[in-house]
Design a protein around this ligand. Structure first.
Ligand SMILES: C[S@@+](CC[C@H](N)C(=O)[O-])C[C@H]1O[C@@H](n2cnc3c(N)ncnc32)[C@H](O)[C@@H]1O
Length: 226
């Protein structure tokens, strides 16, 4: 994996709470954050005593390498979001400038934590569709802004294998958003992935969430191994 191909962009614990409708009981579970990248979900939840492990291929890089890459791509992302401003709902975040501050703030919290705990087992360099965990090791796995969002680059087979792997290591899996980046339309992989999981005996449902930033992204996929 080349860091120059990654666009690091990270969200906070409060955003994860809203994207995945996490209750206080959920936050006490043993959680896997899949593709957490530079989100500060892990740092903030650990600070509150939570049990969360994050995996992402960018965790093979040092804090300085990730910081440099964030600084490099930040102006490009801001330009892109300004250009496509109408693709987003500006309610909780009032505009592009505030978005920049919120995201950079979250990534600063991540970098500070990652500097201290990179090798503690909380941040593991791994990539879907293969996870280095035992069957049912986690109560809950969360995948934010990776599966379905990048359906143009990540194919159906990779989605199916990734979801099966998440269902193997966690009793419950939640994925958000379910729309593609660019056109904000439902991922073409969503229905085939749900059908394939159901064939395996996994219970799947689409549930409404309070969070909406990407316009129309108001549901999460929930998959429960039975
Ligand atoms: C847009 S970021 C989302 C970060 C975080 N989940 C959030 O919502 O703030 C997408 C992340 O997916 C990670 N990623 C890319 N390929 C992956 C794979 N095969 N398995 C797991 N994560 C992957 C990237 O490194 C990146 O950190």
């Amino acid at each position: 994996m080349e860091l120059s191909k990654v666009v690091p962009w990270g969200r906070s614990l409060s955003e994860y709470r809203d994207m995945f409708s996490l209750s206080s009981d959920d936050l006490e579970k043993k959680i896997l954050g899949c593709g957490d990248g530079p989100a500060c979900f892990n740092a903030e939840l650990r600070a509150k005593g939570g049990r969360v492990t994050s995996i992402d291929p960018i965790y093979r890089f040092s804090p300085d390498q990730i910081r440099l890459r964030i600084d490099e791509v930040y102006p490009q992302i801001m330009k892109q979001v300004s250009k496509n401003k109408n693709d987003y709902v500006w309610k909780n975040i009032s505009g592009v400038e505030e978005l920049g501050k919120v995201r950079m703030g979250a990534m600063a919290v991540f970098l500070n934590d990652y500097e201290k705990h990179q090798n503690s087992g909380r941040y593991i360099d791994a990539s879907l569709p293969i996870l280095p965990f035992d069957n049912g090791e986690f109560d809950l796995a969360l995948c934010s802004h990776y599966l379905f969002l990048y359906s143009e680059h990540v194919g159906l087979e990779q989605h199916i294998q990734s979801m099966k792997e998440l269902c193997r290591v966690a009793k419950e899996v939640r994925v958000y958003p379910l729309l593609c980046i660019g056109d904000n339309k439902e991922s073409p992989h969503l229905k085939p992935v749900m059908a394939e999981l159901e064939r395996d005996g996994v219970k799947v449902s689409l549930l409404a969430v309070e969070y909406e930033f990407q316009k129309g992204a108001t549901r999460m996929l929930v998959a429960k191994s039975v």
